[in-house]
Design a protein around this ligand. Structure first.
Ligand code: NCD
Ligand code: ZN
Length: 350
C-alpha cells in the first residue's frame, strides 16, 4: 500500500490571532498553542491593550491559560489610539513587551471604536516606530470617505489608495504588515511594494468567496472583516501565498465569538479557525500543488520579516481525514469553528 502523503516543516507561527480574555481565552488559547510556537496577539480587548502594563498583565493571563509545560510564546501588540504616546510604545518595544503596534481605523471592525480617526494624528508615533524598527500592523479598511460611508466590498481597495500608499511614501523605513488581505488589488499591491511591506493571509479567505456568506440563506459563521470578496480575489490570494514570495505569511485572524453573538439580528464579525488552522492551510497548498511552498509561508517568511529566529522544532502534517469539531465550549458558551463538523484532508501528527 502506498503510504499517505506527508510534509514535515519547522513549527509554524500565527502572525494574527484574537485570544480574548476570561473563559474564552481559557478555551481558545490552548488550541492556538497546540499548533503554533508563537502568535501575534491582537489587542482589541475591552478596554483595549494600550499600555505596557496592560500587555504585561494580558501576557500573564494568556500563559496562565495554558498547560504548565507549554513552550508557546505570545507576542503582544499595542492598540493604537489618536492619543498614543510615542514614549510608552517605544518603551514597550525596548522592554520586549510589545512586538508591534496594531492600527484599527476607528469603527472598522470588532472593538475598534477607540481606533485611529485620522492617520495624521499618529504620525509622531509612526516616526518613532520607523526609527526603532517596530512593525506597524494594519487593519486595512477605509469605512468613511468624503463624509460618505464606503461600500463594504470596496473598503480595502480604498485603504490602499488613500492610506497605505501615502504611508509607505511618508515612512519608507517603517515595517508594515497589511493584515488579512482579501483582494487581488491587495495581493498585487503588496507584491509590488517595497521590501518593508508584507501581508498576512487567513485560511478562510483562501477557501471562501462572498457567495459563501449567502449560500441558501444568511450564514453568520462565514462573516468576518474584511469581508470575503469575489472568486477572482480568492484565486489571487491562493496564487500569492503559493508563489514563494516572502512577503506573504500565515495569520489566521481566528476571531471567536459565542454562537449567540454570531447567530443574531446583528451578528459579530469574526471566523474561528484556531482548532484546525494548519489543516485548512495544508489543504489549500495541496490543492494548489504547492506543498513545497508551505513551510516558507507558515514558518519562515514571518520570522524573517519580524527579524526573529525561526523555530527549531518541527511538525508533520499527514494526508488523511480529520473532522473539525462541531463546537468548542468556553465557560457557559459555545463557539462554532469554521467548517464545523466537516471532514478535512490533512491532520497534524501528534
Ligand atoms: C475580529 C474580532 O472579532 O476581533 N473580527 C474579524 O472579523 N476579523 C477583528 C478583526 O481582526 O477585524
Ligand atoms: Zn483580526
Amino acid at each position: 500500500m502506498k503510504s499517505p502523503k506527508s510534509i514535515t516543516i519547522r513549527r509554524p507561527d500565527d502572525w494574527h490571532v484574537h485570544l480574548r480574555d476570561g473563559d474564552m481565552l481559557a478555551a481558545v488559547a490552548p488550541l492556538t498553542a497546540k499548533q503554533f510556537k508563537r502568535a501575534i496577539v491582537m489587542p482589541n480587548l475591552v478596554p483595549p491593550v494600550t499600555t505596557v502594563k496592560a500587555a504585561v498583565d494580558y501576557r500573564a493571563r494568556i500563559l496562565a491559560a495554558l498547560p504548565g509545560d507549554t513552550s508557546f510564546e505570545p507576542l503582544m501588540t499595542c492598540y493604537l489610539t489618536d492619543s498614543a504616546e510615542p514614549d510608552e510604545i517605544a518603551a514597550g518595544f525596548e522592554e520586549n513587551v510589545f512586538t508591534a503596534v496594531k492600527l484599527y481605523p476607528a469603527n472598522a471592525t470588532t472593538n475598534s471604536d477607540a481606533g485611529v480617526t485620522e492617520i495624521r494624528n499618529v504620525y509622531g508615533v509612526l516616526e518613532r516606530m520607523e526609527k526603532i524598527g517596530m512593525p506597524l500592523l494594519l487593519h486595512g479598511e477605509t469605512t468613511v470617505h468624503n463624509g460618505e460611508e464606503v461600500d463594504v466590498f470596496d473598503r480595502e481597495k480604498l485603504f490602499i489608495d488613500r492610506t497605505l500608499a501615502p504611508l509607505i511614501e511618508d515612512f519608507p523605513g517603517l515595517k508594515i504588515v497589511f493584515e488579512h488581505i482579501t483582494t487581488r488589488s491587495a495581493a498585487v499591491f503588496v507584491a509590488e511594494a517595497p521590501a518593508t511591506v508584507a501581508a498576512t493571509v487567513t485560511p478562510h479567505h483562501l477557501i471562501i468567496n462572498r457567495n459563501a456568506i449567502f449560500r441558501g440563506g444568511i450564514r453568520p459563521h462565514m462573516y468576518c472583516l474584511p469581508i470575503a470578496k469575489r472568486e477572482r480575489d480568492r484565486l489571487a490570494l491562493c496564487k500569492a501565498v503559493t508563489s514563494g514570495n516572502a512577503k506573504f505569511f500565515l495569520g489566521t485572524d481566528t476571531a471567536p465569538h459565542p454562537v449567540h453573538a454570531k447567530e443574531s439580528a446583528c451578528g459579530c464579525a469574526g471566523i474561528f479557525t484556531a482548532a484546525s488552522a494548519l489543516e485548512l492551510y495544508a489543504e489549500v497548498f495541496d490543492e494548489e500543488g504547492a506543498l513545497n511552498k508551505f513551510e516558507a509561508f507558515a514558518s519562515l517568511n514571518g520570522p524573517a520579516f519580524y527579524g526573529l529566529p525561526v523555530n527549531e522544532e518541527t511538525i508533520t502534517l499527514v494526508q488523511g481525514e480529520t473532522i473539525v469539531p462541531e463546537a468548542v465550549s468556553a465557560g457557559g458558551e459555545t463557539v462554532k469553528p469554521f467548517r464545523a463538523g466537516e471532514t478535512l484532508a490533512w491532520f497534524v501528527q501528534e
